[in-house]
Design a protein around this ligand. Structure first.
Ligand code: BGP
Length: 464
């Protein structure tokens, strides 16, 4: 018999500041790396995005209409500290006060990501995460957020998808493109982010007694391409480097041996200061948030005959010479954007995380990017999205039945927003935003078919 979703389950959805807010240079906001990044020319940048900055009341009213219990959003570091540190921008503080109060008006619990890819440009210019001063800047920024909003925000996420920022080469603009040894600098950046995160866990627990904080990496099950022992070893390598490195550091305060020896072998071990490991150990999360879209299937590296279908970013993420190479999974269907769809892998992933860390879990992203079509009478028939989410929820419920402790589900995304590398027409939302890549039209909000479906999911606590 299936276990019911807990009565106080956090049904909601997610967004991030630079992808949804727009108002990129308004109200005292400073520039972030996302505002100035090498954006592909054929897709929208983040300057206007969904203009949530000016539409947030309307957007939150729509979330309330769906019955959201929680809303996961991120705070733009550069609205609070235009230069990353130093002078505070009061207009930025005020904006998030209004947004949080608007949510509370509808009894929607704010779930706040402190840092979602949008490193302040001023910090990047001083070396970004390769500069130890960025640790202090991040801790100070977090401390201001706890002081300003900690009375009303009870759930915090430190860093969104730190693992993707490291594994995607320099796709998130952390470093200068001409940096000497990108991989080494990325793993150094990774280390400083881990230390900064641990400090923030610690600080939060000292300062605030009745709230919770956790990390938010992207975690997925990794399959071996065959039962060949070398392929199984490849999957084991990839899991250690892609998934567990980040969560082991966050939860246990240490690097796992496989990840560490990988860094040694590639000559990219971070420089540790004597206190770093102590700091890592001292900071503990209260829960684990994670993002899940798909799984990955890998083989041992030296199969020349295995044509690699995965290009661009994914090639960087999923190929590591000598250790693993991504393959297509012949059993899985794909989205229009070539992402494999794997609901069963969601259950496996939930089990893997829970059994390794034994902490409560919340899903902070899961969803399907598609070219939605606005049809007559303002309808969007996104049955593909409903099917994707329904099949994942089914597996989530099976994982609950397995005994995995999950306290919330926040698909990506609450409302259409600009994809990190693929523009506005790769849509994920329950709410359509009427604009194109380069024609802003009127930015009208329109309820998709999935909007009504999700409303019913929430109203029936997952029964539908
Ligand atoms: C995650 C990010 C989100 C969002 C999402 C969808 O990696 O945390 O910010 O972008 O993926 O990805 P994409 O926009 O590339 O389709």
């Amino acid at each position: 018999k299936l276990k019911d979703f807990p009565a106080d389950f956090f049904w909601g959805a997610s967004t991030s500041a630079y992808q949804v807010e727009g108002a990129w240079n308004e109200a005292g906001k400073g520039l972030s790396v996302m505002d100035v990044g090498n954006h592909p020319e054929d897709v929208a940048d983040f300057k206007v995005a969904s203009d949530h900055y000016h539409h947030y009341k309307e957007d939150i009213a729509l979330m309330a209409e769906m019955g959201f219990k929680t809303y996961r959003f991120s705070i733009a570091w550069t609205r609070i500290f235009p230069e990353g540190m130093g002078k505070i921008n009061q207009q930025g503080i005020d904006f998030y006060n209004s947004l949080i109060n608007e949510l509370l008006k509808y009894n929607i619990e704010p779930l706040v990501t402190i840092y979602h890819f949008d490193l302040p440009l001023a910090l990047k210019e001083k070396g970004g995460w390769t500069n130890r001063d960025t640790i202090a800047a991040f801790v100070n920024y977090a401390e201001i957020l706890f002081e300003e909003y900690g009375d009303r925000v009870k759930y915090w996420l430190t860093i969104n998808e730190q693992n993707m920022m490291i594994l995607h080469g320099n796709a998130f603009g952390l470093l200068d493109d001409d940096s000497k040894d990108i991989k080494q600098e990325l793993y150094q950046s990774n280390h400083l982010m881990l230390v900064a995160q641990a400090k923030v866990f610690n600080l939060y627990h000292q300062k605030v007694k009745n709230g919770k904080i956790g990390p938010a990496p992207n975690i997925i099950s990794i399959y071996p391409a065959s039962s060949k022992p070398e392929d199984i070893l490849a999957a084991n390598n990839y899991s250690a480097i892609r998934n567990w490195l980040y969560l082991d550091a966050a939860v246990f305060g240490r690097y796992n041996a496989t990840a560490w020896s990988f860094m040694q072998e590639k000559n990219i071990t971070p420089q540790l200061k004597s206190n770093d490991l102590k700091i890592l150990k001292a900071g503990k999360p209260d829960f684990i948030a994670f993002n899940y879209y798909t799984t990955a299937t890998v083989a041992e590296d030296f199969k020349a005959e295995a044509e690699n279908r995965f290009k661009g970013d994914q090639q960087i993420v999923d190929n590591e010479p000598g250790l693993y190479r991504r393959q297509q999974n012949e059993y899985l269907a794909e989205t229009e954007f070539g992402w494999e769809i794997d609901p069963v892998g969601f259950r496996t992933t939930l089990r893997e995380i829970y059994s390794r860390y034994n902490l409560p879990l919340i899903v902070t992203e899961n969803g399907l990017g598609a070219y939605d079509k606005l049809e007559a009478e303002d309808t969007i028939n996104d049955d593909y999205r409903i099917n994707y989410l329904r099949s994942h929820l089914k597996q989530l419920q099976l994982a609950l039945t397995d005994g995995v402790e999950v306290f919330g589900y926040c698909p990506w995304s609450a409302i259409d927003l600009v994809s990190t590398h693929q523009g506005i027409n790769k849509r994920y939302g329950f709410i359509y935003v009427d604009r194109d890549e380069f024609d802003l039209k009127d930015l009208r909000r329109i309820r998709k078919k999935s909007f009504y479906w999700y409303k019913n999911v929430i109203a029936t606590n997952g029964q539908e």
